[in-house]
Each structure stands twice: as C-alpha cells, then as structure tokens.
Design a protein around this ligand. Structure first.
Ligand code: HEM
Length: 381
C-alpha cells in the first residue's frame, strides 16, 4: 500500500492546490459586479434586455485592464460575463450582436485560460461563489440546487479519474488494485448523492419551463458554443478510463468530442493519452482468461464490476429525471448539449454491454454465478 500512497501523493497535492485556486477564483469580483448580480434575476424575470446590455457595457473591461488580468481574474471575469451571455440568449438574442465588443474580450479571456470563448459548467459551479454572492440567472432555489449538486460532485469525479489513471499503472494481480478501485468508487458515489440532491431540490418543471433556456448555445465566430449544462462534467473521462477508451462506438466518440473543449486542459490530455488504448475493463478481462487466475485477480475483477454498479446508480435515476423534465417541455426535446435524452440510454447500453462482457468472462473463470447476474438484471442496470 506504501507504493499507492507515494504515487497518490503527487496528484493529491495537485488537486489540493487546484481546490485552493478554485476557492480563490470564487472569491474574486474583477469586474465589480457583485451588486449587479443581486438585481439580475429581476431583470431576467422582466425580460429587460436593455438592462442586461447596458450592464455589460458598464462592466466589461477596457483592453488595457483585460491584458493585465491574471489567470484567476480572467476566469472570474468570464464567469460573470458568461451569466449575461446566457441571460441575453434566453430572451432570444445573440449576445455578440447586442455587444460587438464581446468578440474581442471573449477571445482574449479564452486565450488566457485555455478554455472556450464563453463560460462553461466550471464557471457556473466550482468557480461560482456560494451563499449571497452566488451568480444565478433566476430567483428559483431550484437553480441553486442544481449548481450545488454539481459543486458537490465535481471534485470527487476528478479525484476518481486520478485513481483510475493509477489503476492503469497498477498490477491487476495485486491487493492494491482492488483497494484503488474501492477508493475510485467511493469518489464516484458523490455523483449518486448529487442526483439525490437534485431530485430533492430541483423541480423538473422549473428546469424544463425556466432554467433550461439559460443554458442554450450562443453563436460566436460562426459556430455554436454550448451553455453550462451538467453534461459538461468530466464523467465521460471517468468512463473512458474504465470502459470507454476501446469501445469504438462512433456516436459515443462524437458525444465525447462535443464536450472535450469544455473541460480542463489537463483532463483533455487524459482523454487523448488513453484514446484507443485498452480500457481497465478490457485489461481485467485479458487477465481473467490467462492460465492461472489468482485470488487477487478475482478481487480486482469483482471491485471493477462494483464500479459499474455505481455508474448505473447515477445513470438510471438521472435518466429518469431527465426524461421527466423533457416530457414537460412543449417545444424542445434536446438538452444543453443539443442531445435528446436518447443519448443517455445509448450510453447506458454501451456501459452495460462492457459490464456484461466482464461478467461473462468472470463466469467463465468460475468467479461469478448466474444468481449474481440475475440479481443485477432485476435492479435494471
Ligand atoms: C433536472 C435536472 C437534469 C436534467 C433535466 C438533465 C438532463 C440531461 C440531458 C438531456 C442530458 C443529455 C445531454 C444534453 O444535455 O444534451 C444530460 C447529460 C448529463 N447530465 Fe444531466 N440533467 C439534469 C441534472 C443533472 C445533474 C444534477 C447532474 C450531475 C450532478 C447531471 C449530469 C449529467 C452528465 C454527467 C451527463 C452526461 C451523460 C452521462 O454521463 O450519462 N445532470 N442531462
């Protein structure tokens, strides 16, 4: 276990630094807009686009001030301008057509932060202050509930991703492998909690009739840039390492590539480093069909299978919630990423197929009996 502790030490330290930086960004108000954000929900409710446009003109930085912004200030500035982009778009107008100066400002902020030329889910959640200073489009507590559910699960998912990277460098025939699986799994359980939190605090009618429209794409430099929907969480990187990197599904590939630009650059690198490589599930399956299978390998396979169960415990209720919300929508059947809820079923299918392959291989090695799989079928995953 000592080896794991040493290996983890470096990335845990990095995540700790990242967390301090996230909190520092949330504290910043580089455009002096704290007071304005207390009024924004009212302006949005009234559909007062003039107030939104004049607000932008009042607060957007001059080029010399913009040039001097640090990385952290640039992110906080993008967060605050971003809330106004989504607000203007909600009222049916393209923000850059209303305020052409944004063209230059968004480009500079994007360049300084290596992120898209608009706000992302990260701006709206982990870089959004808590409490009174929280930037929201609306008065609805449901919006805060949605933001909080992402805030509580984003860091654990990133931590889980680091454990999975470690697993790619850990001997499957070792006690360590199953232990690291358990640690990754414990992190991902926060996603399950996040959905429970959203279920309790976000009314799907409020989502579908009000909130949803603030996350629409905006037009910039001749293309669409997506709004800050929870679909931008790096869950697809977690999947990629566990089962997706070698799944070879074209639709899933397009889905992942749609959201890659919206996650942190270091996580984008993880995607490219593992693309086309054997996933952890495939590696464990290869080990299971080798001549002599040890108790360690059996425990590794069982631990990996548990991780699939946790993924399902997030995906099944999430799909249910998404479908409920979109049924209530009269004129729109797609999410912030432009996908319909059908993509959620497609991902569940791909993930389940890989899990079933793993289970079949475990059964072949005599490690899993049919009773276990039947029980899983009854839970619907
Ligand atoms: C009322 C609440 C919600 C609705 C209606 C909803 C709807 C959707 C839809 C339609 C998609 C498909 C992609 C797209 O947006 O175009 C999606 C994907 C996704 N959503 Fe949500 N969502 C909700 C809440 C949440 C919450 C609270 C989280 C996490 C904290 C979350 C995480 C995700 C993730 C990770 C995906 C990618 C697909 C996957 O990995 O299975 N969503 N959501």
């Amino acid at each position: 276990m000592q080896r794991t502790l040493n290996k983890s030490f470096f990335w845990e330290k990095k995540l700790f630094v990242q967390r301090s930086q996230d909190l520092a960004i949330a504290d910043l108000d580089p455009l002096n807009m704290d007071e304005f954000f207390k009024l924004l929900p009212e302006y949005n409710q009234q559909g007062d686009v003039d107030k939104l446009v004049s607000g932008l003109y009042k607060y957007i930085p001059y080029p010399d001030k913009l040039a001097k912004f640090s990385y952290e200030e640039s992110i906080a500035a993008m967060r605050d301008i971003g809330i106004l982009l989504g607000s203007i778009k909600k009222h049916g107008l393209e923000p850059v057509e209303q305020v052409p100066e944004l063209d230059y400002i968004l480009d500079v902020l994007s360049e300084k932060t290596d992120l898209p030329p608009r706000d992302t889910l990260l701006h709206y959640s982990v870089w959004n202050p808590a409490g009174d200073r929280m930037r929201t489009y609306t008065h609805y507590t449901d919006e805060r509930g949605l933001i909080d559910s992402v805030k509580m699960s984003m860091e654990p998912v990133v931590k889980g991703i680091h454990y999975l990277i470690e697993l790619h460098h850990t001997d499957i025939d070792s006690k360590e492998f199953a232990l690291i699986c358990h640690m990754a799994d414990a992190c991902f359980k926060k996603m399950v909690e996040a959905i429970v939190h959203a279920r309790r605090n976000v009314d799907t009618t409020v989502f579908s009739k009000v909130l949803r429209f603030y996350y629409d794409p905006i037009q910039l430099y001749g293309r669409d840039y997506l709004g800050p929907g929870a679909v931008e969480m790096p869950v697809f990187i977690y999947d990629h390492l566990l089962w997706g990197s070698d799944c070879g599904d074209e639709e899933y590939d397009i889905f992942q590539n749609t959201y890659l630009p919206y996650i942190l650059p270091q996580l984008r690198d993880v995607y490219y480093n593992y693309k086309g490589q054997e996933s952890l599930a495939s590696k464990v399956m290869s080990k299971l069909i080798s001549k002599e299978v040890s108790v360690n390998v059996k425990e590794s396979a069982e631990a990996l299978r548990n991780m699939f169960m946790t993924l399902s415990s997030f995906r099944m209720p999430h799909k249910h919630m998404a479908e409920e919300a979109y049924q209530k929508q009269d004129d729109r059947s797609t999410g912030s990423g432009g996908y319909s809820t059908g993509i959620l079923g497609a991902i569940i299918q791909l993930m389940s197929r890989k899990r079933q392959e793993l289970e079949a291989t475990m059964r072949l090695s005599g490690f899993l009996n049919n009773k276990n799989s039947a029980k899983r079928k009854m839970t619907g995953s």
